[in-house]
Structures are given as structure tokens and as C-alpha cells.
Design a protein around this ligand. Sequence first.
Ligand code: ARG
Ligand code: ZN
Length: 858
Amino acid sequence: MTQPNNPDTRYLADYQPFPFILEETRLDFDLAPDATRVRANLKMRPRDATKDLVLDGGSAVELLSLHIDGKVPDPALVARDDETLTIAAAALPDAPFSLTTEVRIDPSSNTAFEGLYLSGGMFCTQCEAEGFRHITFYPDRPDVMAPFRVTIRSEKPILLSNGNPVSVGDGVAEWHDPWPKPAYLFALVAGDLVAVRDVFTTRSGRRVDLNVWVRPGDQDRAGFAMESLIKSMKWDEDVYGREYDLDVFNIVAVDDFNMGAMENKGLNIFNSKLVLASPETATDADYERIESVIAHEYFHNWTGNRITCRDWFQLCLKEGLTVFRDQQFTSDMRSAPVKRIEDVRALRARQFREDQGPLAHPVRPDNYQEINNFYTATVYEKGAEVIGMLKRLVGDDGYARALDLYFERHDGEAATIEDWLKVFEDATGRDLTQFKRWYTDAGTPHLTMAEDWDEAASGGQLTLTFSQRTPPTPGQDDKPPRVIPVAVGLIGPNGDEVQATRMLEMTEAQQSFSFDGLGARPVVSALRGFSAPVVLDRNIDDATRAFLLAHDTDPFARWEAGRDLAMSALISLSQGQAAGADYIDAIGRLAADDGADPAFRALCLMLPGDEEIATRLAAEGVTPDPDAIHSARDDLARRVADAHADLLSDLYDSMAVSGAYSPDARSAERRSLRIAALGLLNRIDRGDRAEVLFGTAGNMTERMAALICLIRRGRGQAALEALHDQFDDNRLVMDKWFSVQVMAADPAQASGIAQRLAARNDFDWKNPNRFRALLGGLAGNHAGFHAADGSGYDFTADWLMRMDKVNPQIAARMSTAFETWPRYDAERRENARAALQRMAAMDGISRNLREMVSRMIA
Ligand code: ARG
Ligand code: ZN
């Protein structure tokens, strides 16, 4: 990924501390939609008096005045370019000084939603990673931390910023945040808002006012977010000993937001889709997502805010850890095995895919042009997997000691991955030199397992030999072996476990481990709990997989056995060979097993998606054919439905949840099995059940599932119209409406449908959610996006170029739809390359999109 000669490239190796100390930040805002004035008063002290003071400030920040200790400096000693304001050392005292600036900015023309902008008439901010520089001149880097005092003047009734309220008057409010923080954690909100309120008392007795702020009319959809917040606060005290540290905690929902949510100190700002939920408008998956993102942002208060990152290369320090923590939280609130399986599915779908192509990068990248392009599945989700491995290697106690030490040693600091690993070394005495490769080396290791059975040796000896190999990634050809924790158990021929889970620690390129005294040859249950983010290759037949699906005691490995069985059938089918009998047989037995929990059975009944099949084929060096994959999947699903029609129909009926809808885990799990059965039955009942369900279900979970079924059967029109009539004033439901009809469309029609939808008046494309709904819907239709004639690529490229002029961050992010292009056939590659080149050649292309397309073309 290194792109030498590009002046925009930043390198980890070039880190230099900021030559000034910032002691306090005072900000004064006069809000007006197109002419907001910001007065900033920075109390500073030179660390090195020979250095110029370089402040970041975007080109749209207009400097009105500048004073140092109350005096205007010699203009010859002040220089402005597009990105900075430099004050020469000669203009600065060699002692503490105060720097005052006044600037004018125009929130109404901020369509990139970075810095201060307007969303539906409300002022709000997004400063991570480098948005604060679009608000005022400032050392906009995470290692410069200061307490903030903020005054907001505006006619809007509700005025919020970080920290505790000092005074709230008519048209003015003052906030004080005593905890030193970097600018990326700054936030301001001014709008016509109402709150759902509650109170939380911390375990040491601090009373915290909790508010979830929404637009008037949305209060009745904010209760679940509040419940989730309270659970998160309690959990972080119970499990990590972390208490909240201010008198108020505010959450605000906004409709225009580039990402999911943001952990600004004491004032989290959320994409409204991650706050608002009601049974009629949100699915079970939406509820689960809201619960986990509320937790994620709250957990950042310690992992991210109290301890932040020294520089943006260390992003995984806060994100990987906070994702790991929110995953633990969800496992505690819901079914832990189901959560683990869901996380692995998501990791494979997004991160393995990223690691396999031109955008592969390490969990801690060492160079970038635009940091917003590195808020990726690798940094977040693989970053969390790496922490899971650390925990497996040092044990639960070691992990707890290391975390305590981390909070104690680094509270109030901006830390690095080296600091993070050092607390583990100091707390456990373990050398993590080799482990660090998980942070510095990109790519998904392939692990091969060979078995050797010796009946005569040591009362029956099984030897497992593992070899590891990581394919090269951009800029990194050489991949030395990593530490890989491989959790293994053994199942005897009668189905009983004969060896409980043992953590094998692999450190060499090739390594063997033996198990003695086994008597009869057992079946190996490998990579239990998905103990490392690797691709496991083993020589195993379908009968053995079916045996594991029936008997494995580890839920992940058991699910994985079924997954492998399905995958091997799908791969054979996609290559024109007959297959699937073993899978159909085994899956029927599992689905009928009332002892297994419903969500687990649902996960087992779901076939791998087209994208996952393509990724697996590519990992094996086979060129995926999107159309063949799509029909193989159709074919296998239909045969499962045919073989088990009665059983599925029983499940569909018996898993119905009676009474009023509740989003709790147990009800959601029953619904998930019901929906999985529906999806299969839909192949053989022409959509009749789905039609009834769509018309009668009182909750969005089942209605959405039914709608997808109807679209798949080519009879979704009436349901789509009904949904539109009912919810055309609800943006979140309309987003689903846009996305589902493209995502579930017959691939041959997908880009045509997307084209038609894009022409509608209500395709409000500058809204990131709406844009993502449509473009992401198409990208999620594997054979549709990768249509051989290039229509999916062209449609996407056209819209990315249009979006790039308005919101580069969103354009760059959505361009990842192309990241797998090199793995397809020559015709598709030609079409994709042409689309990428068209984008690269665009006049005025943003730094964001330019970096992405050039990495993809390289
Ligand atoms: N820190 C936020 C989170 O993890 C993500 C913010 C990313 N924003 C951005 N513009 N890159 O929840
Ligand atoms: Zn985060």
C-alpha cells in the first residue's frame, strides 16, 4: 500500500511530538447557518522555542483576527496556506502565551459533514478524525489534549457541548469539560430537540443525568437506546471496573451522519438509525445493533477518551479494543455462541475480503494519505480479533491484570500499540515480540492441518501437524510466521468428547502436537471458538463434517462443520458437479433437534452468501463465476426445502411468538428460526406464506423477511407499495425500502432497478444513509453488482463521481464495492478496471477517492 512520491502520504515513522503544550482551550460560538463566528483562545507554552507554531485549518476557515497575548503579530511572521496557519517562532514569547483567533465558517454549505454542519436545521459536529480543523485553527492531532470551556450563542432552544453544563440561559449556554481531550472528541449541538431522560448512579455514588435527544415526535422510539445505555454503564463497572466521570451523559440522534456514531466526551452523536427503534419500524437486527453501538460509544469513554491514541496510525488501539469490549457485552446480554458465530460471519464477509485484495493493510497501518479511508474492518474487527487472541494466550486473569495496568498507567495519555503490548508483557511476563506481527503484517494466514494416527504408540497417539502461510499483500511480500492460538478438542467415535478444549500455541512455520492414550482414533474439532482469524485447510470428508455437526461440543466448531458441508456442496454445484446430499441430510437432523437453541439452528440453516462463496473460491485460487454461484445457491436451497418441507413448515408455525412484540434476545431467536424456515419454504411455496406474513405481522422483523421473500419470487410490488404508503414520512424505513429491492432483486435486473430508483424524487442522495441504502444494496447483490456487462460497475462509478464532489468520505467508503475486482474473469476485470480508471481520471477528484482508486488499480 505504500505509494512513494505522493506528497500526501503520511508515515508512522515520521512521528514528532507537538512542540507546544496546550493548557486550556476556550471556544466561543456565534451560530448562524451561513456565517458562524468562532473565537478560540488557546493557552500555550513552548516546549521548544525555536519551533514555529503550525496550526491546522481548512481552506473554508476564514481568519478574521489573530492576537498573541492581546497583540496583533507582525503579518510577515504569519503565513496561511490551504491547510495550515503558521506563526513563526520569532512572533512567539518563550513563555506561556495566549493565542486568540476569530474565524468565520459556513455550516450551511458543509455537505461533507465533517466539522460543523447542518442536519435538518440542527447544528451538529463530527470531528474525528480531522474535522476540527474545519471549525477553527488548532493543533488538530490526538496527542494534543486540553480541558475545554465552550460558550454557544444561538436562537436554538437546546445548546450542548462536552462535559458539564456551567450555565444555560436564553440564547446562550456554557459548558466545561475538565478532562483533557484532543480536538477530535469535541462536539457541539444546537437544535430543536426533546429528551428521553433517566438517571444512573455510579457505584461510587455519582448521580449522572442521562439524556437521549431526538427531534420532537421521535421520543417514543428512543426508549430502547436509553435502556441500552444504562446496561452499558452498569456492565463497564461490573466487568472492567470503569466508572463514568461527568454529571451528564448526552446522546443526540442526527439524520445526516457519515458513520455509525461518535464517542465525543459526554456528548455522543449518533446516526439516527442507531438510536430510533419501534417494533413497527425496526428489525431484531436493528435492535441488537443499537444496543451494541450505544455500548461501543459509551465504552470509548475509557478506551478512547480517558486513554486516547498518540496518532492516527494507532487507531486500532481504541477501536479494536472497544469493538472487543462491545462484543463481550453483547455476549453477556444475549447468546454468547450465537454472537460469536455472527461476528465470525461478519469478519469473513468484510475483513477476509479486504485482506484478500488490493486494499489489504495491517491492523496498524504505517502509512496513509487520508485517514478516513482506514476506518476499516481490518482496524476494527480484526483489531478486536487480535485482542481476543491475546486474551486466549495470557488467560482471563492475565488479561484482567493487563487491563488494570493499562488504565492505571496510561490514564490521561495518548498511547501507542507498543504501550498496549507492554502492559501485557509487564502484567504477565510474556514476550510479545512475535505477537506484534498481528499488528504490523497484513493478510489472512492460511493454516493447514494434517493428522497422523498411530494406534500402536502411547496407547493410541494422534499427531496434528500445522503449517502456516500468509499470502503476500500490497507492499509486504515477506510474511514470517505468527503466533497462532489453535483451540482443539477431540471427539471419540461414539460421539463423546475425549479431549476437552486445549489451546495449542503455534509459533513456527510448521509445528506438531500430540495427544496420547486415546485408544480409538478420534475426530478433531479444530479452531474452536474461531480461536484465531485464519483460514483453516484440512483434509476432511463430508461424513466427518456431518459427524462434527452432530456431536461437537463447541458451538462455533459445530456450526462451522455445517458451514463447511454447505460450502463444499455449493462449490461443487457452482462447478457443475452434483453434490449436497450429505448436507441436506445432516442439516435436517440438526433443524429437528429441539435441544439446540433456535438461533443456533437458524444460523445453521442459513446458506453461505454468494459473496462468501466467492471469497472462499478465490482463497483457493479459483476464479469465481457470480452467476454460477448464485444459481448453485438457489439450487441447494430449493433442494433443502424439498427434502424437509414438513419439518420447516412445523418450525415456521411453532416458532411464531405470540403476544406483543418484544425485542428481547429469546423472542428474537425464535423469530430468527422462523424466518430461516420461511426463506427456505419460500423456494417451494411460490411466496404464499410470505404474502400472508407480510399482511399480518405487527413487527418489522417479520414484515421485512416476508418482503425479501416476495421480491425473490418476483411478486414484491404490492408489498413495496404498501410499505411506501405506510412509511413515506419515515426516513429509516424508506432507507430499507430502497435497499431491499435492489439487494434481493434478480441479479440480471439489479442495476436496472437501482437506476430507476436513483431517478426518484425521494432518492435524497446527499443523505449518507439514503445513498448507502441504494449503492450498498447493489454492492450487496453479488451477481448483480458483478454483472458481466459491467452495468453494475458503471452505475456505481457514475454515482461515486457525483458524490465525490459533495461528500468525499462517503464516495471513498462506498468505492470498496470494487475491492475484489482482481479475482474475477477477464471480461469483468476489464469492465471494473475501466470504471476505476474513469474515476481516477476525474477532474478535481478528492484525496479520499483518489487514494482508494489508486490503491485498487495499482
Ligand atoms: N470513533 C467512531 C466509532 O468508532 C467512528 C468515527 C469515524 N469517523 C470518521 N469520520 N472516520 O464509533
Ligand atoms: Zn469506535
